[in-house]
Structure formats: C-alpha cells, structure tokens
Design a protein around this ligand. Sequence first.
Ligand code: SF4
Ligand code: MSK
Length: 668
Amino acid sequence: MSNNKPVKSAGTSAEEIISWGKSHNIETCFDRAEKLKPCPIGETGACCRVCHMGPCRLIGKNAEEEAKGVCGAGVATVAARNFLRMIAAGTSAHSDHARDMANTLLEVATGETKDFRIKDVEKLYKVAGILGIEFEGRPVNDVAKDVAESFLQDFGRQNGELNYCKRAPRKTQERWKKYGITPRGIDREVVETMHRTAIGVDHEADHLLTHGLRTALADGWGGCMISTDISDILFGTPKPIKAEASFGIFREDEVNMVVHGHEPTLAEAIVDVASKPEMIEYAKSKGAKGINIGGMCCTANEVLMRHGIPTAGGFTNQELGIMTGLIDALSVDVQCIMPAITEVAKKFHTKIITTSPKAKLYGATHIEHDEHHPNKTAEEILKLACDNFPNRTTKGSHITKKSPLIGGFSDEYIEYMQGGKWRGSYRPLNDAIMAGRVRGVVGIVGCDNPRVTATGIHKYLVRELIRNDVLVLSTGCSSAACATEGYLTPEMALENAGPGLREVCEAIGIPPILHLGSCVDNSRILTIATNMAAEGGLSDEIAGMPAVGIAPEWMSEKAIAIGCYFAASGVPVIMGGESPVGASREVTKIMTEVWMERYMGALHFEQDPEKILDMALDYIDNARKYLKLRKYEPGKFGTERVLMDMAARREIKAAAHAGVGGIDESES
Ligand code: SF4
Ligand code: MSK
C-alpha cells in the first residue's frame, strides 16, 4: 500500500462529503493540510524555542555534530527536550481528565452530585481491593469515597509510587525500578519534565528520555487507568453491545444531538435525559419525531461502549459531520476538538456548544457543565438542540450509509468470554497463541490524520494483520475508522481473518478486531497484557510477549505519551509519519536500541504502511522465537487445550443452573 494520497479520506462517505464541500466552497482540515506543509525543522525536532535567545533552528549538513543553539545545546538535547514536552502534554491531558473523574466519584460518594450513582459496585470492590481499601460490610458510598481520595493522592504524591504500579507484573515493576522510571505522583512527573526541559537544566538525551518514560508511565498506569476504572465504576463496565457508525446515523426526522470530545460525564447525562418522556415531548413540540444522540471521537467511544450510541466517526470526520446539515447541536468537552468546527457550523444551522470550564471556542455558545447538577446542564443543551430543529434547511451532503458494529470489549469481558464468570481466564487466548492459531496481538490505536489518506492506514493494517492471524485490539479513532467501514463485526473474521484466528473468533463468537473504547482505555490493553503474563505459558512480564502497539496516523501529543508508556511497559511500538526526533540519530537510537535492551520495548517512527506491517510481524515472530513457541505457519496448529466452543459453553451453563458454578449469561 502506498502512502501517496490518492484521495483525502479512505472513508467512502467521508470522501463524498469532502467533494460536496469543495463544490460548495467549504474548507476543511484536508484543504488546510494540503495548503500548509509542515515545517521540516520543527517536524523532526530540530527547532528549539524554550528561551528567548532563540528560537534556534539546528540545521545544516552536519547539524547533529556541529549545529548549536545560542546556549550551546546540540540537536540531541533539543530533540529530546521537545519530545519530553510532548509526553508531558499528553500525560496532562489524560490525567487532568482522570482528576475530574476522581472528583466526580468523590462528589457522587458524598452526595454532592445526585444525578449519578455507583453503577458497577463489583468493579468498585475490585478497585478497592487493588488499592487495599476495606469494602466488605461497608456502605458503597463510603468505599467509593475512600477510592476517590486514594486516586486523588496519585496526583500530588511526592514520593513512593503510584497506586497502580503494583498492578503490573512483578518483573515489569522490577525493570522500572532497575532503570529508575517508577512514577511517583502524576503532577510531580509532569512538573519535573517541564523543569528539566527549561533552558539550562537537563541536557543529556538519555537522561532526559528516561524521565520522559517515567512521566509516560504516570500517564498509562495513572491517568489513563484511573479514568477507565472510574468511568466503569460510575457508568458501568462495558460488555458487547451493538451500534452503528458513519454519517448515516443522523436522522432526517429527529433532533440530532452530537457529543464530541473525550469525557463521559456530561455525555452520560445527555444520553439519560434524552430518553425522558418530557424531553421527547419537547422535541415533538418542535416538529421532530424524537431525539437521536450520536457521537464523535472519544466521547462517542465512551457512550458507544456502554449504551450503543452510534458514532459518526473519528477526528477527521468532525467538520464533515456538520456538513451533512443534519446536526442540530454539537456539544464538545475537551481534547481533539478542531476550532474550525464553528466556521463550518456558520454555513449550516448547527449550534456548537462548549461545556468545559477549561475549553472555549470562538463562535460557540458556552453552557458550562454543572458538575453537581449534570442533568440540568444536559436538559439545557438538549432543549437548545430541539429549539434549533425547526431551523434545519435542506442544505448539506446527506449520506445514508452506516455500518453495524459490535463494541464494548472491556478487559473484564474478554476474560469472561474465555470461560464465563467463574472460570474466566486468559488460558484460551494464551493457548491459541502457543499453538500458533493466533500469531500474536496488536493494539492499533490513535488518531486519523488528514496528512495521509485519513483512516486508510488503519484499515490497511487491520485487514492485513487479521489475515495474518493477529488478534487486533483497537481504541480511539482507530476503532472509529474500523467501525465506519464495517470492520467491527464477527463476519469480518469469516471473510478476512486467517484460518487460526477465524477459528478462535468463531469459537468464542467475537470479531477479530476488539473495540476496547476511548483513548484512555488503552489502559485496558495494559491490563490484558498483565493478565496474559499472569496466566502463564507466554512471558511472565509484559516484555517479551508476541505483542506490538501501532499508532499509524497519530497527530496528538497524547499518542506520544501512550506510545511511550507501552514502550516502557515492554511493548515495541510503531508510530506512523515523520519522526519528531528524526533530526537526531542519538535520540532515535536510544528510543529503538537502548529502550529495547532495557525494557524490551521501543518506539519507532515509520511512514510506509507496508514497512509498519512487516516490522510488527517481525516483532511478533521474534517474540515467538524468544518464548520458544512453535513457529507460526498459517493453517498449521499445534496441540492446545480445547477452546470453549458453544457446546462446551452450553454444558457449563447447564451445570451453573444445576448449582455447580459456570457461566451466568445474565452477568458479565
Ligand atoms: Fe536556543 Fe538554547 Fe534557548 Fe533553545 S535553550 S532557544 S537552543 S538558546
Ligand atoms: S480522539 S487523541 S484524535 S485517537 Fe481520543 Fe482520536 Fe487521537 Fe483524539
């Protein structure tokens, strides 16, 4: 597959809207990406602007050896410092989200917020157990209060280590200790990154990058994991659920209300309030038949995973969604919201509503999320959407295509589906990998990007990986890219997966690409890898597993933080696009060779999708060799324990009904 852009988006409906926009003179990120080429100096990390003697551009034939900034900093220092600041920004984004979630949990526990309640008590107890908080015989809200306060300590902790470091395999923790990257407090690591990268502080690339990994681990095992767990506690741990994706999710005869951004809190209230009879009546009074909630980006993933709310797609679909002319109101919270959406909205009737005290947009209406009364805020937003319905015109690129999907694969459900509530384990997956039915596991995550044929590299890679018997775990806009193309269905396995993976998917009844949720839910992949290590038969730590992470179209600094926490946890990671440290061979070598020696993880940047695929398969095959597993050969499998087929599951269920344990189909 070539990375030359034949079309702007690999989504057929997206491409249709882009053409419609062109003929109506509406500019999008695709046009701007064409007009505005990246600065080659900044793109490769060679521009330093951390002090006002600069900016210093370290360029020239022998820049790495000779170029110096006014202070004397060389290319390696500058590239590493720039990279660290990306990690800090990404970590801050996920972790500030986590802080808000912890505060919401505290407010629910203390009764300050009454619109939410603890939905998943079992998950609360599981988390309390990990945190060492007594839960048996105590009121649920008391336990929740202790859990929230314990998480809040992770932000300001000055010494020791994050609560969740202990969730990692013991050997993984030992590696972190050996190389001094065990994170202490989330805020502390971020502040130290900003300090070290200021003018005149830390200048050795390896020393800088080591702290970068500590900061990234505070993101993965802190911010992201805390966000995921509190969302599950408050709103329910996901289990498989049907939904739909692409622009055809918008309805001509209903109020279309879209939630966009990353946080689940207000979106949950909007979903809840939209189903209330009085709100539906209100919509009807405006001439609509009802209210249709849709999502974009990761707020979409949050409500899709728990309620089956349909998604219009990922990052590059946000302007295009408005161009359908069918969105009556689009509420945004934080992260990945293009400021351009208000410009596009001006050409239609769509109201853009900002809701976070942290994020405003020129040209938007601000209705601030009242954290103590989320339903009141939701009602105000929904009424505004309903009031706007009569203003809809026929203008827009009306698309009817939508694809079915199955989402909702939490790590808890993945464990359950491999044996049921009482026998849930990772044994069948580990066995399938050992026998060569499943060659390995790849997490494909991160953004879609208008600098390439948007969503195209995601689609190419998932197709090729499952054809090669690789189980794909997906999150964020990668999931959205797959969803809009109809890839997140069990049928995908029948039609496209290699023989071994197909057999496994059929036996368990799952798609070959498992949608794990939003960007913060990449923490679920860490948990899955940890569970695989604990199960035995493969590696006894995350490092050395036949597993790879790929973010082929990343654009956000958050993706850099994610890539680094996977690398530090022992997973080789391949990111697409030009390397942001490409100006420095020294920094590149540290991230690929030195990190591989220390952590058995690495961070590569590779633009060619075919090379990304080859690298991923090579890593998997080398890990198989390292673990002394049988050589992967398509269609040839070794002996393994028997997978749970439907007959076996029925047998266990019958036993459960007879009172001897087994699957309870009503629970997950
Ligand atoms: Fe230039 Fe050094 Fe200042 Fe960076 S810190 S802008 S390299 S003088
Ligand atoms: S939304 S960070 S564009 S994945 Fe999580 Fe998508 Fe990337 Fe934002």
